[in-house]
Design a protein around this ligand. Structure first.
Ligand code: SAM
Length: 233
């Protein structure tokens, strides 16, 4: 639900998302909140009670839009994108991917009238501790991360389980041709054809990158026994 539905055209029109739409694995339906606003000008915002700068999204058009969507999608959780929500992560992406349907609400201006948050919203999600001008980009970020977990959306080769965070670690480094680029050589093991050795190298690469870049991920789970051996090496 957005006042700028056309922003989603680019999202659904390229690459993996386009293929997912075309193959019927997902259906995206941007809803224009303005269509549910009354009056000749279909106004969706108003001045804040108590004064101050900025505008607030009016409750009536949002309530009507959500109620209409709910008649078609009664089970869909209603998720509000807001910098005040809980921080989005890969675990939440995986949980959301189990939902058959979802409704995302994109705020604008200073945000929504609080009575919509209280009465109509099931979950409030932030994509990070910074403030954007609208919820459309956050909604696309969340939808992209969720859709990657829907079976069949990614090819087997780049399945989401191999990605960073899925196993609580960053993913290993990647290389492609040429074998030498600006005097830098691809690690020899990757050219060896020895699948066991390649797997070991990837596990090691993933662990070292996690230790160097995101040690906080290791604090959550601790090192596994094979990982302790890698560190001792
Ligand atoms: N006045 C609000 C505040 O300080 O909490 C910020 C409103 S922001 C300018 C407008 C809209 O952008 C929000 O209603 C929300 O939908 C979206 N938005 C901005 N930053 C976001 C973030 N980090 N995560 C999710 N949504 C965000």
């Amino acid at each position: 639900m957005t006042i700028f539905p056309e922003m989603f055209d680019a999202f659904a029109g390229h690459g993996i998302m386009r293929r997912a739409v075309e193959s019927g694995k997902i259906r995206l339906e941007p809803v224009n909140i303005r269509d549910f606003a009354e009056g000749r000008h279909r106004v969706t915002d108003d001045r804040p009670y108590g004064g101050g700068s900025g505008m607030v999204m009016k409750p009536e058009p949002l309530a009507a839009a959500i109620e209409t969507a709910k008649t078609e999608l009664p089970e869909a959780p209603v998720v509000l994108l807001t910098p005040q929500g809980r921080r989005f992560d890969q675990d939440t992406a995986r949980q959301y991917a189990a939902c058959k349907e979802m409704i995302f609400i994109c705020g604008r201006y200073e945000g929504l009238d609080e009575r919509i948050c209280e009465g109509y919203v099931d979950d409030e999600i932030s994509i990070g501790d910074y403030v954007l001008t609208g919820g459309e980009l956050p909604a696309m970020v969340v939808m992209d991360a969720v859709i990657r977990h829907i079976p069949g959306v990614l090819g087997a080769a780049d399945a989401a389980e191999c990605d960073s965070f899925s196993a609580g670690r960053l993913e290993h480094a990647h290389y492609t041709r040429p074998g030498v680029f600006e005097q830098k050589q691809v690690p020899g093991v990757l050219l060896s054809g020895n699948h066991r050795a390649i797997e070991d190298w990837r596990r090691e690469s993933a662990l070292l990158r996690t230790i160097l870049r995101r040690p906080d991920l290791l604090e959550q789970t601790g090192l596994t026994e094979p990982e302790k051996k890698i560190v001792q090496k």
